[in-house]
Design a binder for this molecule. Structure first.
Ligand code: 6PG
Length: 251
């Protein structure tokens, strides 16, 4: 049975709650390990969290030089493209960090195809010391995820075969509405982590969030339901608007 907790707060409080939990988790990891890996999500939601983490007072709470940053998914666009998740993190987090910086492991989107980038990212991850034995060990320490209004997470989209991927650590996918090529960590890479943070807000996500948390639909239809296969603790950090259709507010 997956260990799940749900925190519902106002949208105004969401970013600071997530930052506090991230700081506590990173500190806890570094109390027993030399380095802490943090897998970042993209989209519009996490920018406020990244900004808050990279500025006082939170910025000095984290030993950034002991942090390894990865991307749970990436759009297959140039790193300076506004659609790029690397660009998002560069603008909201990395550019604010002055002297103490994390090790940064972006997806190489300069390669010929998303599949080439996925294969290269698997090598990057393994050379960084994670998922080196092909069975998901050693896992990442902390994974951040968002959820789309269609129930996708990272770049694992409904109906896509990537949702059932069990061998690879990184896959290439295609965003079904705009047709944009994507690179995504696989379910195993994302959900083998001891801590998975889902962060989302907004009324547009309320109907699908109810299905994700309160139905037993297959993850194939609702990839965010992969949380039920998580090997560690799953934290849902949600605002009141996104939570409005939930019948159970506590887990
Ligand atoms: C991406 C994300 C994706 C995101 C959801 C929610 O690259 O877009 O990784 O999984 O978390 O689409 O996006 P919003 O935060 O923009 O609602």
């Amino acid at each position: 049975m997956t260990d799940v907790s749900i925190e519902i707060v106002s949208q105004k409080e969401l970013a600071s709650l997530v930052c506090e939990e991230l700081v506590a988790s990173i500190q806890e990891v570094l109390s027993t390990k030399d380095r802490c890996s943090l897998v970042l999500s993209g989209g519009r939601t996490p920018g406020a969290v990244y900004r808050m983490l990279s500025r006082p007072p939170m910025v000095s709470e984290i030993e950034w030089d002991k942090v390894d940053l990865f991307w749970g998914d990436e759009r297959f666009v140039a790193a300076d493209n506004d659609q790029s998740n690397y660009h998002l993190v560069q603008e909201t987090l990395l550019s604010n960090l002055q002297d103490v910086k994390p090790k940064v492991y972006p997806v190489d989107t300069s390669l010929a195809s998303a599949n080439d980038a996925a294969k290269a990212y698997e090598q990057t991850i393994q050379q960084a010391g994670y998922h080196t034995d092909g069975t998901g060990n050693p896992p990442f320490d902390i994974v951040m995820l968002g959820m789309g209004a269609d129930g996708h997470t990272a770049s694992l989209f409904p109906g896509d075969e990537s949702v059932g991927e069990t061998a690879r650590v990184v896959v290439s996918t295609r965003e079904p509405h705009q047709g944009m090529d994507r690179v995504s960590m696989s379910p195993k890479a994302l959900f083998s982590a001891p801590r998975v943070f889902f962060v989302l807000f907004g009324e547009n996500k309320a109907p699908v969030l109810k299905r994700v948390l309160e139905s037993d639909e297959s993850p194939t239809n609702l990839p965010a339901r992969l949380y039920t296969q998580a090997e560690g603790r799953v934290f849902w950090f949600i605002d009141q608007a996104a939570a409005k259709e939930l019948s159970q507010k506590e887990v």
